[in-house]
Structure formats: structure tokens, C-alpha cells
Design a protein around this ligand. Structure first.
Ligand code: CP
Length: 292
């Protein structure tokens, strides 16, 4: 049976720890692995992407493989071919399949029929590849993960959920501050609050994300900006965190909305490292999933 990476919780805690360690090694020596030599990885993008596309494409290349980027209109899937048949065919050519889509069920169906690992490159509910890069960034900054406290402020979205679910495996306490109607379900297992100051107090990192995501109705944008305005990541909010706290953002950013320009480009951000770390973390993930 192939190993899939759909929510991130498919990994055992010790595997996650090893993956982050391996990602750090690959960052130090990007050309040291040829785990994908002579093999292809199918990368299906049904939604726009900058970081996920360039980090996977470059990462597969650095591992000696061929990244096969497939956009929606390039696949017969867009003309009614079934997910099952698509999974069967891609599995005959590719060592792994990555998919970014607006449909969580589609990823599960692909995984059910693929005979190679399927990687969730973002769905409305999960963004586990982002969480791996987040953990690598935290490990670099603090030299540990277990016992850290992270405050996520703003929209309780797929990024927040994956941060909680994958962070929990690493022993991280994730607190999410969001207004009513934007909060995650209680069963997600984190500390949930409506008060951003309460969430941030004593945290080692403060994390935010866009207020209007790809899966949100553009007609709701104005209302969302109004509701989420008290949750903006500013220097004043960051000052409430622990000494040495860092600012994180999965990007793309909208300076002046969910984050101020001062924080986005300031001395306490590790946001651009976080974006780079997508590549290193995903290379370690690919090695793990294909059993290299
Ligand atoms: N963080 C992230 O997934 O960025 P992209 O949407 O640009 O891939």
C-alpha cells in the first residue's frame, strides 16, 4: 500500500521528527539526494499557486526527478474522466502524485485508487505541506519544537487546522484567535479563543494568513475584512508575545490587512525563510513517502 499525505496526521510523531531533521540536512546540502533519479512526480494544480508550485517543481528537480506539472485544463479530468481512471494512469508513470484542489473528497478518492503516494498540496480543509515548512522554520529558530506555543490570529482556515494537527504531533501548543463565524471546530483540539491578545500572550510565534482565501466567496470580502480587522498582526500585538517571538505567514500576504508592512518586512519575521522551507520540507516528505 502506498503511503499518502492527506492531512499530515498519517505520520507518526517520531517520523515527523525525523522528517524535520532530514529537511534541515537537505537545506544544508540541497544536491545531496538523488532519491527521484529517473522518476517523475505528477503535480496537479486545479487552483493557483506560487510557493507550492515552485517549491515542489524545484524540489523534485533537485532530487533528480522530473516534475510533471498538470493544470486543470490539461487533464481529461476536466472533461469528465473519472478520478479513479486518472489515478490509475498517473500511477503507471509517476512515483508520486501531488494535488491542489478545491475539493477535499477528490484528494481522498485519488488516494483510494492510486498505487503511488498522493500528497495534498492544499484543499479547503488542509494544508499539511505548509505545516511541515512551518515546523522546520520553528525548529531553526528555537532549536526545538516540543513545548513551543504558537498563536494563530485571524481566519480559522485550512492553514490553521493543519498547524494544529501537525503541530500537535510535534508537541506544539497551538492557540487560535478568531471571531465568531471564523473559528475552527472545538474538536480540532487546540486552545480556541475570540481574543487575539489572550492567544498571543507568551507565545513563541504569532502566525496569520489571508482573510479572503481561494475557497471564500469574493462577494464576502468586504464583510470578512471588517470582521477580521481586530486580528491584524501588528508590532503592538507581537509585543505581547514571549521575548524573541517571531512572526509567521504562509503567504501570499496583503500588507495592511491581516499583517502590517512593518511586521511583514521587519526584524521579527521569519516569513521568507518559511517560504523557502517549503522546498526542503517537501523533499524530505517525498523521500519518506517513496521509501528512499
Ligand atoms: N502558502 C502557499 O501555499 O502559497 P501558494 O498558494 O502560493 O502555493
Amino acid at each position: 500500500m502506498p503511503r499518502h499525505f492527506i492531512t499530515g496526521t498519517e505520520l507518526r510523531a517520531e517520523e515527523l521528527q525525523g522528517l524535520i531533521q532530514r529537511a534541515a540536512e537537505l537545506k544544508a546540502a540541497p544536491d545531496s539526494s538523488d532519491a527521484l533519479r529517473g522518476r517523475s512526480v505528477a503535480l496537479i494544480f486545479q487552483k493557483p499557486s506560487t510557493r507550492t508550485r515552485v517549491s515542489f517543481e524545484t524540489g523534485v528537480f533537485e532530487l533528480g526527478g522530473h516534475p510533471m506539472v498538470l493544470r486543470t485544463d490539461e487533464l481529461q479530468l476536466s472533461r469528465g474522466e473519472s478520478v479513479r481512471d486518472t489515478a490509475y494512469v498517473l500511477s503507471r508513470h509517476a512515483a508520486a502524485i501531488g494535488i491542489r484542489t478545491g475539493d477535499d473528497e477528490l484528494v481522498s478518492e485519488m488516494a483510494a485508487h492510486a498505487s503511488v503516494p498522493v500528497i495534498n498540496m492544499l484543499t479547503p480543509s488542509h494544508h499539511p505541506c505548509q505545516a511541515l515548512a512551518d515546523l522546520l522554520t520553528l525548529q531553526e529558530c528555537f532549536g526545538r519544537l516540543d513545548g513551543l506555543a504558537i498563536a494563530y490570529v485571524g481566519d480559522g482556515n485550512n492553514v490553521a487546522r493543519s498547524l494544529i494537527e501537525v503541530g500537535r504531533l510535534a508537541g506544539i501548543d497551538v492557540r487560535v484567535a478568531a471571531p465568531d463565524g471564523y473559528q475552527l471546530d472545538p474538536h480540532d483540539g487546540a486552545t480556541l479563543t475570540g481574543d487575539p491578545r489572550e492567544a498571543v500572550r507568551g507565545a513563541n510565534a504569532v502566525y496569520t494568513d489571508v482573510w479572503v482565501s481561494m475557497s471564500d466567496d469574493p462577494a464576502s470580502a468586504q464583510e470578512r475584512r471588517r470582521d477580521l480587522a481586530p486580528y491584524r498582526l501588528s508590532d503592538e500585538l507581537l509585543d505581547l508575545a514571549a521575548p524573541g517571538a517571531i512572526a509567521l505567514h504562509c503567504l501570499p500576504a496583503h500588507p495592511g490587512e491581516e499583517i502590517t508592512e512593518q511586521v511583514l518586512y521587519g526584524p521579527r519575521q521569519r516569513i521568507w525563510d518559511q517560504a523557502e522551507n517549503r522546498r526542503h520540507a517537501q523533499k524530505a516528505l517525498l523521500e519518506l513517502l517513496i521509501g528512499a
